[in-house]
Design a protein around this ligand. Structure first.
Ligand SMILES: [Zn+2]
Length: 342
């Protein structure tokens, strides 16, 4: 496919206005004030934040897509306000390269702070772009930097094992990355999350704190408490619809066509007459399972896509993927619909 050959690509619903962030400058970023001396920087897809203090600048995440634009944004704000542009502290939301892969651009003497599991995972990953944080914590830690408070908290695994809440109580702000994309649905498996029950639970943990502005690490604009509530409703609708689909979609046609009696086929294999014994039962068990699970996900996703198209951007692009994984979590983590062989 050539760069201009887009005729065969699918069309999707137009983006709702609530999905669109501010216009980027010539360098490809936008920097805006959250409150007082707290600022956010976005390239339209990724978001970072920084706090100017009397003890230098504290950077919250360093996505590589923003890269050197983070320091450019800091320079712009620091010179406008006559404060230091020197980055002395770097806080990691979690270890993923797409959010902290520009960490090595900052002075090597910068103090890096994050969860203890972030350090463990960064030591494992051994990526020169992401120097491990020397400063760690387990459940909670309050930073006091240049007279500003930053509360770090870990409520268990969600998107990743080490993803933390970054609360700035004196700036009315909560930063929680890769959970809620304000104005947009999550991508693929709930923003590529490792722990789906933890992912579904995470917005409630954030909402338990007092704040007004939300930094989600993604897309172009700040979020609100309403964005988190809308996301929670979207995920709850997917869970409910998944349960209905697990209860109602009939797997029989798939297993009749592709292999109705898997246990009999397995017994045949175990009896060392694999090929001959399995053949009459249909050998392609994965084809049957795929047909069944795909239909269940599509059935569960359909009403959710209809409800959220025009409300959350890309509902028609990713809801079926998100639903597939939520449905698997409902089956595998929660045990819903599990059947024991008689
Ligand atoms: Zn991530």
């Amino acid at each position: 496919m050539s760069a201009t050959d887009t005729a065969t690509l699918p069309d999707y619903a137009p983006l709702p206005e609530s999905a669109v962030g501010p216009t980027l400058n010539e360098q490809g970023y936008y920097v805006g004030r959250v409150e007082r001396n707290l600022y956010y920087v976005t390239d339209g897809t990724y978001m970072s934040a920084f706090l100017t203090t009397s003890d230098g600048v504290v950077v919250l995440d360093a996505p590589p897509t923003l890269g050197n634009n983070i320091q450019r944004a800091i320079d712009e704000i620091a010179s406008a306000n006559g404060v230091s542009n020197k980055v002395n502290y770097l806080v990691y939301s979690h270890h993923h390269s797409d959010h902290v892969g520009a960490a090595s651009l900052f002075d090597k003497n910068v103090t890096r702070i994050g969860h203890e599991e972030t350090r463990t995972l960064l030591l494992r990953d051994d990526d020169p772009a992401r120097p491990p944080n020397e400063e760690t914590f387990q459940d909670k830690r309050t930073l006091e930097i240049g007279g500003e408070r930053i509360e770090l908290a870990w409520h268990g695994p969600n998107h990743s094992p080490d993803n933390i809440l970054i609360h700035l109580p004196d700036h009315d702000t909560m930063m929680l990355v890769d959970i809620v994309n304000p104005g947009w649905v999550p991508i693929y498996r709930s923003n590529l999350s490792e722990d789906i029950p933890g992912y579904i639970e995470a917005p409630a943990n954030a909402l338990a704190y007092s704040w007004k502005y939300f930094i989600g690490g993604h897309m172009g604009r700040l979020g609100t408490r309403d964005d988190l509530a809308l996301h929670q409703q979207y995920m709850a609708d997917i869970s409910e619809s998944s349960r209905n689909a697990i209860d109602t979609v009939d797997p029989t046609p798939y297993f009749v066509k592709y292999g109705e009696n898997f246990w009999a086929a397995l017994k045949g294999y175990l009896d060392e007459t694999a090929a001959t014994a399995a053949a009459p039962y249909g050998e392609n068990f994965w084809a049957a399972l795929k047909g069944y699970l795909d239909e269940t996900a599509a059935t569960a996703a359909a009403p959710v896509i209809e409800k959220y198209t025009g409300v959350l951007a890309a509902a028609d692009v990713f809801t079926e993927d998100v639903t597939f994984e939520v449905m698997q979590s409902i089956r595998l983590d929660l045990g819903y619909g599990a059947q024991v062989h008689p």
